[in-house]
Design a protein around this ligand. Structure first.
Ligand SMILES: Nc1ncnc2c1ncn2[C@@H]1O[C@H](COP(=O)(O)OP(=O)(O)OP(=O)(O)O)[C@@H](O)[C@H]1O
Length: 266
């Protein structure tokens, strides 16, 4: 369904003598319909830039992006909004809650992509669709009349996910969807995402700095460093026996409860 070939992105340096930043450097991968690919790496490794290119939010510098056989990498972000693929690829932003418009209720926020992307105009049908989506993301009906500041972080995340599902997408690009949530809420949202993937037959491109989240959510993984892929393959295999020094270091940095190295004598 998605084929990314030799994708690169460089940002112009700012100020005098500033060097350009090669944020993504020669990244290739494929993602099958219904598949899940995690992208992990430390801050600044290029994960969000990669995700934003695939969502066609930003121009690419080089390489290609093919979706369902169309060369969407060649489409500029401003033209992409009018393309049929636009509703098939949905981007769930980091800190979803903060991306909700403050003066729109949850109902209005979910209705917006139903009108804009799914093309429904009948108000009764729109209302019904909002109710169905709210049920899918386990958001109680009484919360639909609330504004973002009246919702918890987890509830706002559910609204953001419902918005992404409104256009019946095939691919969700999830950019650190739970990074801003506390641990128990994070677990509930990950469980929801896991369940939605099989319910709706979605594919996930899942960006995270947390390798444990990717272990839970993704069949395949890419480890990035300084814009480049350092490891790539089935998650279980890569996490069991990382081949690169960086992959090993990333895994060793994960704290474990039964790990004496991290125990404190204090
Ligand atoms: N709009 C921009 N202009 C200039 N440089 C940018 C821009 N966006 C990102 N960069 C640079 O590109 C590199 C990759 O950034 P990116 O945000 O993709 O990394 P990341 O792995 O997603 O990091 P984080 O986990 O902190 O979000 C960084 O060096 C960053 O400073």
């Amino acid at each position: 369904m998605l084929k990314v070939s030799r994708l690169t992105k460089s940002f112009k340096g700012r100020g005098w003598r500033a060097n350009d930043v090669l944020a993504v450097d020669d990244v290739s991968f494929e993602l099958a319909r219904g598949g899940s690919l995690g992208v992990v790496g430390e801050s600044g490794s290029g994960k969000s830039t990669l995700a934003r290119m695939v969502s066609r939010l930003i121009e690419i510098t080089g390489g290609g992006i093919e979706f369902d056989g169309s060369d969407i990498g060649a489409v500029s972000p401003s033209s992409f909004v009018r393309r049929p693929e636009r509703r098939k690829i949905q981007h769930v932003f980091q800190d979803t809650g903060e991306n909700l418009t403050p003066h729109l209720t949850a109902r209005a926020a979910i209705a917006d992509p139903i009108r804009r992307l799914a093309g429904l105009t009948d108000e009764r049908q729109i209302r019904h669709k909002v109710d169905t989506l709210a049920t899918s993301v386990a958001l109680s009906p009484e919360l639909l009349n609330r504004y973002p500041h009246q919702l918890s972080g987890g509830q706002k995340a559910r609204v953001g996910i419902a918005r992404a599902l409104a256009s019946a997408p095939d691919l969700l690009i999830l950019d650190e969807p739970t990074a801003a949530l506390d641990v128990s809420v994070q677990a509930a949202i990950l469980k929801l995402l896991h369940h939605l993937r099989s319910e709706f037959g979605l594919a996930y491109l899942f960006i995270s700095h947390d390798i444990e989240v990717v272990r839970l959510m993704c069949e395949d993984v890419i480890i990035m460093r300084l814009g480049r892929v350092v490891e790539q393959g089935p998650t279980r295999q890569i996490l069991e026996s990382p081949q690169s020094d960086y992959g090993r270091a990333l895994l060793e940095a994960v704290p474990r409860l039964n790990d004496r190295r991290h125990a404190s004598s204090a």
